[in-house]
Each structure stands twice: as C-alpha cells, then as structure tokens.
Design a protein around this ligand. Sequence first.
Ligand SMILES: Nc1nc2c(ncn2[C@@H]2O[C@H](COP(=O)(O)OP(=O)(O)OP(=O)(O)O)[C@@H](O)[C@H]2O)c(=O)[nH]1
Ligand SMILES: [Zn+2]
Length: 335
Amino acid sequence: MVRVDRGAVLVLPADGAVPVRVAVARDGVVPLLDAAGDPVEDVPPAVGDHVLLDHPAGTDPALRAVLPRRTAVVRDGADRTSRAQVLAANVDVVLVVEHLDPDPSPGRVERLLTLAWRSGATPVVVLTKADLVPDPEGMADEVRAVAIGAEVHAVSVAAGTGLDPLRALLGPDRTLVVVGPSGAGKSTLVNALAGTDVMATGERRADGRGRHTTAHRELVPLAGGACLIDTPGLRGVGLVADAEALDATFADVADLATRCRFADCAHRTEPGCAVLAAVEDGDLPARRLDSWRRLAREAAWQEERSDARLAAAHRARDRQTTAAYHRLLRGRPAR
Ligand SMILES: Nc1nc2c(ncn2[C@@H]2O[C@H](COP(=O)(O)OP(=O)(O)OP(=O)(O)O)[C@@H](O)[C@H]2O)c(=O)[nH]1
Ligand SMILES: [Zn+2]
C-alpha cells in the first residue's frame, strides 16, 4: 500500500512496476486477516499494509483483505469516538525526527520514542537542522540521555552532514517511517535520503518552522529496494502505549523501580521508593519522572477508554483498594 487518500488507495503490485489505484468501499474498512488467513476485524487500510486484491479481467480492482501487520505505528484516534489509528504498517525503523533549532523537546522525543517502541520497529532519533546551531553534538548528547537504547544522529540536509548512518539503514526490503512535529524537516529528510525531490517541503518561515505541507502519508520506494514513509506533522500525538513500551523508553525509571520496597510502588509518597530517592540524589532528573508519569497516565487512560470491559475491572479493583484502605483506617486487619 503506497498511499491512502480519501476514498482510494494506491497499491504497488508484488511484481513491481506501476502502482494501481484501488477504490475503497464507502465504509472505508477492509477485513484484517490473522496468520491463519481468518478475518480478525475490519480496519481502515494503512500505508505500508500488504493487501490482497480482487482483480478479475475486465473489472476494476477491489481490496479484499489486509494481511497481518508485522509492526504498526499507532496513534490515538483524532476524536473521542474513533479508535487507534495506524499511521504506518510493517515498518522496520521509526525515525523520530526532532529539530535542533528551535531547541529539541525532550518530552516530545520521549513521547515519540514510546510510540516507536510500541510499534515493534526499531527507533532511531534524527536531530535535524544541525547547521543552525553551534554545538549539534553537545545537543545530541543531551538527547541521548533521554533516548536510552536508541541511536541518536544529528544531521543537516542543508549542509549534507550526518546522513551516512541513516543511509546505512536503507537496506533492501527495509521500510522506514519518519514521525515528528510539523516543520521538523521530515519531508526534506525523506527527499535527501531518496535522492530526489519526491515530497513537497514547506517554505521556511521567519520562526524557523515549516508550513503544514504533508497532506497524506506516502510511501516512497527507493532505488536500492528500501521504502520510506512520510507522515504529516504530529501535533501532540495521542499516545497508544503499553507498560513494555514505557519501560523501553524509560529504562532508567524501570530499572530503579525494581529496587523500590513495594512491588506496586507508584513512586509518589511510598517509603523505600528507589525512584524518588534517585530524584532526591540528583541521579534522575525530576523532569524525567514527570514525563514518565504523564505518559504512563495517558497510556493507561487511553487503554481504559479503548476497552470498556477493562475499565470496569479497574473501577472494581479501585473500589476494593478503597475498601481495604478504609478497613485499615478503622484499625481492622486488611483481609
Ligand atoms: N537550515 C536547515 N533547514 C532545514 C533543514 N531541513 C529542513 N529544513 C527546513 O525546515 C522547513 C520544514 O521542512 P519540511 O521538510 O517541510 O518539514 P516537515 O517535517 O516535513 O513538515 P510537515 O510536512 O509540516 O510535517 C523547510 O523550510 C526546510 O527547508 C536543514 O537541515 N537545515
Ligand atoms: Zn517507587
């Protein structure tokens, strides 16, 4: 699947050459198959999806099914009712793109890294516009401190520097997706890596931010066999995460948490909390703990919202906890 537009998708046939335009049914969804070939649920097709087409001679092709997704970059649906939205499927690498000018935002990098870890693909942080700052490597080191377990590269497309480690990621059959805020230089980066001007890029504004230019997510097949997927600038992307993804992004917090006195420590006021002790000692920045809290809360909230049954179970558990707490206050044993 090369491109998803209103009412139609562009599909690149397995034999290569020319993309085929395929209309999507009015409800916009297609059965997603599991590994056994059975339908699991109806989903909107996403960029990067592998699909089955019905194409009897003399007819227009139709989408029959979406094949199982090896990985999926998922964001929370834009409105309250909508489900999680797949930004890109079957990607190997998520390039988390953040600008060096204006200053990079550690919180946004952490958010997008969590999105990337959750996808099942490998995150790589790309810090753009290195030509606009005096000490890009020093800034990259600061970002490395919050991007545990991910490569961090400072690049400048304008000066042509730092791109080689990214080109090395473009092996045959590799699919990469770029995510990041509007104006970070995603389309410029895709163009540079593709070697041609395939994406429209925003005009430079005085404040250094680009116009919102990437209208749809598009997959760009490269000469060497790799594919690049651009995404529109993500303004405050709603997080869909799980404990595993959060633990990957916040490996330092997760590691400290194993040393808390209580296994279910929330790192708030508990005695013997190794996380709070690390903040106290200056070993863990308070900003980092705040960021973990915010994303953990948001992920939990999203999960509850997307699963009413689970939400009900949580409420029941909370009631039990409250009841146990009240018994404790009344001086009776808690069981
Ligand atoms: N100085 C400098 N400017 C850059 C660099 N990379 C991108 N820019 C500029 O930053 C602006 C935004 O770049 P885009 O590639 O359009 O940004 P984007 O992330 O694709 O933005 P959206 O499509 O809105 O999501 C453009 O004016 C680019 O010319 C760079 O390495 N150095
Ligand atoms: Zn703790």
